[in-house]
Design a protein around this ligand. Sequence first.
Ligand code: G16
Length: 554
Amino acid sequence: MASRKVVALPVDTIAEYAARHPKAPHLHFSYGTAGFRTLGVVLDSVLFRVGILAALRSKRLDGKTIGVMITASHNPEEDNGVKLVDPRGEMLEAAWENHATTLANASNEEFLDVLRQFVQTARIDLSKPSRVVYGRDTRPTGEGLVQALRDGLAAIGAEGRDAGITTTPIVHYLVKAINTKGTKQEYGEDSEEGYFEKMSEAFRKLVSGRARIPQLIVDCANGVGAPIVKKMTEYLGETLPIVLVNTAIDTPGALNHNCGADFVKTRQTLPPSLHGMMKPGQRACSFDGDADRLMYYFIDERGYFAMLDGDKIAALVAAFIVDLARLAGLADKVKVGVVQTAYANGASTKYLSERLPVRCVPTGVKHLHHAAEQFDIGVYFEANGHGTVLFSPSTIERLETHEPSTPAQSTALKHLNNLVQLINQTVGDALSDMLLVEVVLAHKAYSAIEWNSLYSDLPNRLVKVYVPNRNVFKTEDAERRLVSPAGLQPKIEELARRYDGGRSFVRPSGTEDVVRVYSEAVLRSQADELAFRVAGLVYDEAGGDLNRRPKEFL
Ligand code: G16
């Protein structure tokens, strides 16, 4: 029997590198909904340690490539963050989130011991290779953080591949493409060009023979979406006429400022830079800072703003896929389902539940993704515009091998197979989702107005309250009920009962030092009033501040 070569941790090299990336003793980091996320200037030690952790994860998985994305998504420009991507392009396995938190918080003196112990308890074979692909968004702190990550990789001798300034979904795509290369499940060429080609080719096929698509305005949030969508337009040519706005990636302070998907969702209004640009009924959409969220909207004939958020995207897409499955003769063989969070508009849940199975899970793409995997085709979207569609491996195989019995079945089947190529199934992807929406609109011959009229949103409001410690807020029942601080939930319910159709939920954000308050009511004024009154309760309870951002790290 061949004996296994025992390789030890290169402790001296690690110690030498670690000395360049000390952790400030007063800081505590936690790997949350979307990885580590806080002010960019305090993340140096975290990135160094994440480099080591990513390499160890790769070794643990037999040298499979792990992804690292440096971004703070929709957060303000001074924030930054980092998340890890597992080999199939998915979010990091939950158990390793705790390891990430432990490693990030070890004091400088303890770090090597904590690392040694982790390698032992996680039974990591250090003789295995380690491969990591990493990218970053356009934030000013990104470059320095990439250097810290590279030092982490160098300290442990991992092989790093720099994907440069790119979107979060492209990093997820690359991870899956690299790990499936040469296998039966090959996902695509493992390059940015491969991503553009795969998607644009599917898009062209799907819209071929349809009426010319009218111009679409794309708000890039002054982030990485700008260069990426610009490149994609070269692949799309005439098939999708796009006007790019908010592309100032080099202007300090511009990222996500008065623009982007989060601005549109929370303010329920146009980014100011689009005022005067849009004709009534014209479609526009906003990405967020790392291009994984998408919001559509338009101005109606009376000049009112209408928002087509993640819930409306789910309704549009799910109905389209159900139709195609039926037309392909697969209605009884392919189970389509939808996954939402409690923060989905009640009207969307009603609309969808009347048509197909709907599951509700806590916020965070990892929860939605896993729940969507339970269906043959799982459509998941958060109201904030984060989502995608998953085709199970057996469904993909069925679609590839199914013998259609009529030309109509054959056409529908072809469309489904092209959707498998068009949709980035690793994670929510604003660009891929935007093309998907455009395909459905083209097939249905829907304008934004017709799409919007699938159902009427219940008036709702999302408010954030800055609090000294969001961790005192704990929820249950898919974030529909607060269990801590004790006594707050009954007060919220009591308030909600006073409004016709009133519903309100409170949860700690996973990405910012805030508590999010959602409310819904039959009348707009009541939804607003309920949200602000519940925010007031939170404020009183936690000593929050409705406007101020805590600066405790500065
Ligand atoms: C991340 C997750 C999303 C989630 C969002 C929630 O998004 O990937 O699934 O919806 O956080 O953020 P919060 O808890 O602050 O509302 P992103 O786009 O910020 O990476």
